[in-house]
Design a protein around this ligand. Structure first.
Ligand code: GLY
Ligand code: MN
Ligand code: MN
Length: 529
């Protein structure tokens, strides 16, 4: 942060000398801006006109409109409140970069940086119980946010969260209406809008309660004033809305699939960059951080950033599933497991793992593990393409291969076959792969997490689903049940796939090398060994 933010140095005061000031007031001890009228007139004047280019309609707008219609049809006659969420404090008066709640991003069709504290409301066009025809609109969307203030306002220069001189020119009501196709209103009118016609025999409200505690509290106040329940029943109603927004994302539309492909393509560029950085990583005391940084640089250049914290795990670190410290060296002879994904500006993310030999060549033992994991991944992919495949069958297919290979290598307990292990009383093979094989992928890396089980794990695959296939085998350095040559070896191969309209499964990650030979060629093509 620039020192310009801080007040000019003055002689330090002892605690006894410091003027009375509550801790809350001290949260921001930076210089105070002048507020006198002459200064306000001066700073608010003498600016050229704003660019007059007409704002462009976002290409996400029609898709988001269809998503809102689908959600509204589930809750006719009810007011649905979907907050973007607030800025989150990192420390003191410094916030994390803003990322809206995924339900908001999905339904508003807005991506990067739009717009702290905004709230999307689907206002009912019908009364509860009214019959609605299939293609009849059930709700009108209204987007509440804080539009930019005029240059003559104090906000313009004095508000570090919203002021134009601090965070840049923010949009006007008209601009957001043009970009989203949604009617917009000032956030200050939200309370009255939520309260309008609210009541037990009139309009009931539901809110995506996890997105913004302040908006949830506001909805509860409105409910209370209108004589509506605010207890368990209200929370259940809210949970049903959150569940519906999650389930709505189980099937991606064509625009979303394009975004996910773009995220994967950017991720490929990130992996290329990371491989090029291997020679530097090998010579660095925290080589894993060199790899992480090389990927992260591309993620910021090509997209909004990372979809989740990068795992760059060399050697035995690969056996810690969520190794995000990335503070170890990268040594000759090791494999490095990299699990990384670029989140593009629309906020869709890839989720890709490749396990890469640091020297560009797998050893015989490493290749044996790698080939087994690849075989499991291929089996899962093949099963996914079979008619009637349920989401959880994909995992089963991968586990059949993993259990078979572990039996072949003599790692299952004495007298236990792969078939025994696959039964509910067995599962011994899971010692070496405790995670699942697949999860939905989209705006969240673990997308659709609030969907009901029967809509996700137990459901048949349908066109538009995008998910990962990511089997692995993890042999820890201190695992006395595996032969010494395998200890310290961890392998995961993670691809992103889409179910096409005809039921065919396609890799979104087809351009990212995945067989052992192709990975070796990839490394040697990017690094002169
Ligand atoms: N990167 C998190 C996962 O693979 O699920
Ligand atoms: Mn994953
Ligand atoms: Mn992953």
């Amino acid at each position: 942060m620039s020192e310009m933010n801080h007040s000019s140095p003055s002689a330090p005061q002892s605690p006894a000398q410091s003027p009375t000031q509550s801790l809350a007031q001290r949260g921001n001890n930076r210089s105070r801006q002048p507020t006198n009228e002459a200064f306000r007139d001066f700073i608010g004047s003498g600016w050229g006109p704003r660019p007059s280019d007409p704002p462009r309609r976002s290409d996400a707008a029609p898709w988001a409109q269809a998503r809102r219609a689908a959600l509204g049809a589930l809750f006719p006659g009810e007011r649905l409140v979907i907050p973007a969420g607030p800025l989150v404090t990192r420390n003191n008066d410094c916030d994390y970069r803003f990322r809206p709640h995924s339900a908001f991003a999905h339904l508003a069709g807005t991506g990067t940086d739009f717009e702290p504290d905004a709230v999307l409301v689907l206002d009912p066009l019908t009364v509860p119980g009214q019959r609605v025809e299939a293609d009849e609109p059930t709700h009108e969307a209204v987007l509440y946010f804080r539009p930019r203030a005029p240059r003559t306002s104090e906000e313009f220069y004095a508000d570090p969260r919203y002021g134009e001189l601090w965070v840049g020119v923010r949009p006007s009501i008209e601009e957001v209406e043009a970009a989203t196709g949604i009617r917009c209103a000032h956030i200050d009118t939200l309370g009255d809008a939520l309260a309008k016609d609210a009541g037990a025999d009139a309009v009931r409200l539901r809110v995506v309660a996890q997105a913004d505690a302040a908006v949830t509290a506001l909805v509860d106040r409105v409910r209370q004033a209108a004589g509506l329940a605010t207890d368990q029943a209200a929370r259940q109603a809210d949970d049903a809305l959150a569940e519906a927004t999650s389930e709505l994302r189980l099937v991606k539309d064509a625009w979303e699939v394009d975004q996910l492909q773009a995220a994967v393509d950017a991720t490929k560029a990130g992996f290329d960059n990371l491989i090029r950085s291997i020679p530097r990583a090998r010579g660095h005391w925290r080589g894993e951080r060199v790899l992480e940084g090389a990927f992260g640089a591309r993620a910021r250049e090509e997209g909004n950033g990372l979809g989740y914290e990068t795992i760059a795990a060399a050697g035995d670190h690969a056996n810690t599933l969520h190794w995000i410290n990335n503070d170890g060296p990268v040594e000759p002879g090791q494999l490095v497991l990299v699990d990384a994904g670029v989140e593009v500006d629309s906020l869709y993310t890839a989720d890709v793992t490749r396990t890469i030999p640091v020297d560009g060549r797998f050893t015989t033992a490493q290749r044996r593990v790698y080939e087994a994991v690849l075989e499991a991944a291929d089996a899962a992919f093949a099963r996914a393409g079979e008619p009637g495949c349920r989401f959880r069958d994909v995992h089963t297919a991968a586990m059949e291969v993993i259990a078979a290979r572990l039996q072949e290598w003599g790692l299952l307990p004495e007298g236990v076959t792969a078939a025994d292990s696959l039964g509910p009383e067995g599962q011994y093979h899971r010692r070496w792969m405790v995670h699942g094989t697949s999860h939905h992928l989209g705006l969240d890396v673990h997308d659709c997490a609030q969907a009901r089980r029967e809509m996700s794990m137990d459901a048949e695959l349908v066109p538009g689903m995008v998910f990962t296939i990511e089997p692995g085998l993890y042999f820890r350095a201190d695992d006395l049940r595996v032969p010494a040559e395998l200890r310290g070896t961890g392998v995961r191969i993670e691809d992103d796939v889409v179910v096409r309209e005809d039921g065919r499964i396609d890799y979104l990650t087809a351009a990212i090398p995945r067989t052992a030979d192709d990975v070796e060629a990839w490394v040697s093509g990017l690094i002169a060994q």
